[in-house]
Design a protein. Sequence first.
Length: 191
Amino acid sequence: MTEMPTGGQGTDVVDILTSDHQEMLALIAQIESTADPSQKRDLADTVIAEVMRHAVAEEMFVYPAIEEHVPNGKEEVEHDKKEHDEIVQVMKRMEDVDASDPQFMELVRELESQLRHHAGDEEADQFPKLRANIPAKTLVELGESVENAKKLAPTRPHPTAPHSELFHKTLGPGVGLVDRLRDKLTGRKTG
């Protein structure tokens, strides 16, 4: 995803995640405006990979920071993890539906609705709390960790995988490696 400079420092985690949200929703808009099923599938595979990278990086680094620094952070993170699970379930169903099937676009719209809701909650509520409760330098360091995590994260939905920092830091890179190998072997577009 794109990095936005912030006054000579690195990019902070809030700007990175907000940019991710915008790019994911832009990919969905491209799916909705494309008639070609093959192109729809490629765009859907790309958005699925981007959502997975983003979600895993959040669960590895951002959610622990929210739990530690934001009032009621544990409850907010539990809510976010439930939303991630719902999003993963929709993406998994999308993988199994042909892009020319009308159900495919129903799933795309469902994914868009869930992403808009989740991103809206984060941007309106959690991100301001992160900036209010965590020093700017630490937010930049979190941003670097998130960008690095996205490079190793899985690119496919894994509905039975736990949404936990420990899982993502220990087994996640291996799952991501297998996903990237499968993507390469099958010609799946992921970004």
